[in-house]
Design a protein around this ligand. Structure first.
Ligand code: C5P
Length: 401
C-alpha cells in the first residue's frame, strides 16, 4: 500500500489511450491512493463518466460551470485538495494549454490553480509528439517542474509507429510511487556538466559542437526531483534552467573545469557535457581581419579532461563519477576502454552517428558500463535515460556505506 493516504486528482483528457485510465484508477487505488477524476469533454467521448465514477467510487468532475460542482467543491479546492495532479493520458492539446497557462475548462483551471506537483503521461501520434511546438511546450513544462512519465515508442492506434504511445499503466503507477517516496537523494550533493563548450578564436568567433544540453539538463532535473542538491555546470545552451538546480553558466572547457573544482566536494559527479577536446592555443584579443594575407592558421592546444580530472584518486574525488561517451562506431568496445582510461566508475555510452539523430534529438540508446556490468538499455527519451540513471544512483547510495 505504497500510496496509502495519498490523494490523486487524475485528469483524463481525450485520447484513445483514455481507456487505459480506467485500469490506472484501479491500480492506483490498489496501492491505497484515493483517486478523484476530472474528465474533459473529449475524454468523455472515449470513456464514460459512469465507468470512471464506478471505478473511483467518487463523483466525476466534468464541467467548470456546473453549479453543483462549484457548490460541492470549487475548482480551486479540487486542485488543492489533492497531493498530486496526474494528467493521463495527456494530449498535445492539454500540454499546449498548460504551457500557455490557459484556463478555459475545468481541467486546465485546476492545473493552473494548483499548488501541488503535476505529472503528465503524454499520449499522441508520433508526428504530434515530435512537432517543434510540442517539444517546446514539454521543455517549458519540464523546466517548471512538471514530471513527465513517458511516452514510449510503439505501435499506435492510428497505425503509425514511434514515440508518443502512453507508457504502460504499471509504469505510471511506479512513477507515482517513486514520486511519493521522493527525496531518495536528499542530503546528496551532485555535480552535473551539460551542453557544449565554446572555445574562442577571437572575441566574436568560437569553435563549438552540436550538443544541445538536453541529456545533461534532464539528468540534473531528475536528480533535483529526487531531492539531491544539484549543481548544473552548463556550457551555452538554449534550454530553460531546470527547476530546483543551482546553475553555473560557463563558456570554455577550462571555465567548466574551474567551476567543477570550485563546486567540490560532492557525492557524485556526472559529466554529460560535450567538452571540446581542443581550444585555440592563443585566442586573438581583437577580431581577426581579412587583410589579404590569406586565412589565419589556428594553432590548437589540448583542453583539460574534466571527467578524468574529477576521477583522479584523492580526498576530493566524488564517491561516484559518471561519464557519457558519444561514439560513432564500436560503441561498447570503445566505451569499455574509455571507462578504464578515464578511471570513472560508470560510463554511459551512446551512438551519436548522424543516422541516430541523438545530437539535438529527444531519444537516446544507452549502454551502461561499470567495472562489472554492461547493460544495454532500450531506446528511450533523454528524460527517461535521466530517470533510469537517477534510479541507479539512488541504488548505489542506498547500498554504499
Ligand atoms: O573522451 P570523450 O570526449 O569521448 O569522453 C566523453 C566523456 O568525458 C564525457 O563524460 C565528457 O563529459 C567527458 N569529457 C570531459 N572533459 C573533456 C572531454 C570529455 O569531462 N575535455
Amino acid at each position: 500500500m505504497a500510496l496509502r493516504g495519498k490523494r490523486v486528482l487524475l485528469i483524463i483528457t481525450g485520447g484513445i489511450a483514455a481507456y487505459k485510465s480506467l485500469d490506472l484508477i484501479r491500480r492506483l487505488r490498489e496501492k491505497g491512493a484515493a483517486v478523484r477524476c476530472v474528465l474533459t469533454p473529449s475524454a468523455a467521448e472515449f470513456v464514460t463518466p459512469l465507468s470512471v465514477s464506478a471505478l473511483s467510487e467518487d463523483r466525476v468532475y466534468q464541467d467548470i460551470f456546473s453549479l453543483t460542482d462549484e457548490a460541492e467543491m470549487g475548482h480551486i479546492q479540487l486542485s488543492r485538495d489533492a497531493d498530486l495532479l496526474l494528467v493521463a493520458p495527456a494530449t498535445a492539446d492539454i500540454l499546449a494549454r498548460m504551457a500557455a497557462g490557459i484556463a478555459n475548462d475545468l481541467a486546465t483551471t485546476a492545473l493552473l490553480a494548483t499548488d501541488k506537483p503535476v505529472m503528465v503521461a503524454p499520449a499522441m501520434n508520433v508526428w504530434m509528439w515530435e512537432h517543434d511546438a510540442t517539444k517546446a511546450n514539454c521543455a517549458l513544462l519540464a523546466a517548471r517542474g512538471v514530471g513527465f512519465i513517458g511516452p514510449v515508442q510503439g505501435d499506435m492506434a492510428c497505425g503509425e509507429y514511434g514515440f508518443g504511445r502512453m507508457i504502460d499503466v504499471p509504469d505510471i503507477v511506479d512513477a507515482v510511487v517513486r514520486h511519493f517516496s521522493g527525496g531518495a537523494l536528499a542530503g546528496r550533493r551532485i555535480l552535473v556538466t551539460s551542453g557544449p563548450t565554446h572555445e574562442a578564436i577571437d572575441p566574436v568567433r568560437y569553435i563549438a559542437n552540436r550538443s544541445s544540453g538536453k541529456q545533461g539538463h534532464a539528468v540534473a532535473a531528475a536528480l533535483a526531483g529526487l531531492g539531491a542538491e544539484t549543481i548544473l555546470i552548463s556550457g551555452p545552451t538554449a534550454l530553460p534552467d531546470p527547476t530546483g538546480v543551482t546553475i553555473i553558466r560557463v563558456e570554455s572547457a577550462r571555465d567548466m573545469l574551474a567551476a567543477c573544482e570550485k563546486a567540490l566536494p560532492a557525492d557524485a559527479a556526472i559529466c554529460v557535457a560535450a567538452v571540446a577536446d581542443w581550444r585555440i592555443k592563443t585566442a586573438a584579443t581583437q577580431k581577426l581581419k581579412k587583410n589579404g594575407g590569406g586565412p589565419p592558421v589556428l594553432e590548437f592546444a589540448e583542453n583539460p579532461d574534466i571527467l578524468k580530472t574529477l576521477s583522479k584518486p584523492g580526498n576530493k574525488r566524488p564517491r561516484l563519477v559518471i561519464g557519457f561517451a558519444a561514439e560513432t562506431e564500436n560503441v561498447v568496445e570503445n566505451a569499455v576502454v574509455k571507462r578504464k582510461t578515464k578511471k570513472c566508475d560508470w560510463l554511459l555510452a551512446n551512438d551519436v552517428s548522424p543516422a541516430t539523430g541523438t545530437f539535438g534529438g529527444d531519444a537516446n540508446t544507452i549502454h551502461l558500463i561499470t567495472a562489472d556490468r554492461d547493460e544495454a538499455w532500450p531506446t528511450m527519451t533523454k528524460q527517461q535515460v535521466a530517470e533510469r540513471l537517477a534510479g541507479q544512483i539512488v541504488d548505489f547510495f542506498g547500498t554504499d556505506a
